[in-house]
Design a protein. Structure first.
Length: 234
């Protein structure tokens, strides 16, 4: 019996960047797949409709699997794979299964000997790292730091310690409307010689990727409120 495949389909990370960041392989898979596990159904429908305006969205089955969704993989996905059909995963932004709950679907696929096929596409995390000038041989992505200010400051100090003792780039992010608070915390907590890279709106028309020392950042005014941003210290 030929099993279907799990196709990891990237999406854009900045508005109107389709032509810049997406390749033909993505379009081909979107044309041929009619069953998707997505982080957000509304966003994914809009994405597919923009890439393939002639595709009948009503013929597509979407299963939502955001961080607060529950999905019975064995009941909802496995029978479709067993019939030889491919299933696509689409994240809210960028590459599926990286800082994304879709990784659980990938784990399930491996457990059932279903081939996982990653498609090349944009990732703000890796694009920011590449453009930061920091160590790309040793790095850790931490996702979101604690919201509580005391816990957040403690975490930042631990990250800075890893930078100094391991020469390891530390990467993290924040909900866009809390970016400025996180930036303030980093500037107040880290040593003046530590380097901070702010990568905001990566691949967008107003992209900013700037690396400065903490001392220099304290003299450099930037507002990243409500703008998707990756932070790196190194």
């Amino acid at each position: 019996m030929k099993l279907g495949k799990l196709i990891l389909i990237p999406t854009i990370i900045s508005e109107d960047s389709e032509d810049l960041t997406l390749n033909k392989n993505i379009t081909n898979h979107l044309e041929n797949i009619n069953f998707f596990v997505v982080e957000n159904i509304r966003t994914s429908r809009r994405y597919i409709r923009k890439i393939l305006p002639k595709k009948n969205i009503d013929n597509i089955t979407f299963h939502s699997y955001g961080k607060n969704d529950k999905l019975d993989f064995t009941k909802e996905l496995l029978p479709y794979f067993l019939c030889g059909n491919d299933i696509g995963i689409i994240s809210e932004a960028g590459m599926p299964a990286i800082a994304d709950p879709g990784s659980e679907v990938v784990k399930f696929a491996h457990k059932h000997d279903i081939q996982v096929v990653p498609i090349v596409g944009p990732s703000s995390i890796f694009l920011a790292l590449a453009a930061s000038g920091m160590n790309g041989q040793s790095f850790v992505f931490h996702g979101y730091l604690p919201i509580n200010s005391k816990d957040r400051n403690t975490k930042i100090k631990l990250l800075e310690k890893a930078v100094k003792t391991l020469n390891q780039t530390q990467i993290f992010m924040e909900t866009p409307y809390r970016n400025n608070q996180l930036l303030d915390a980093v500037l107040k907590t880290c040593s003046s010689e530590t380097n901070l890279c702010i990568a905001s709106n990566v691949t967008g028309f107003n992209e900013k990727i700037i690396t400065r020392s903490i001392a220099e950042w304290k003299c450099f005014k930037i507002s990243i409120d409500k703008q998707p941003t990756i932070f790196l210290i190194g």
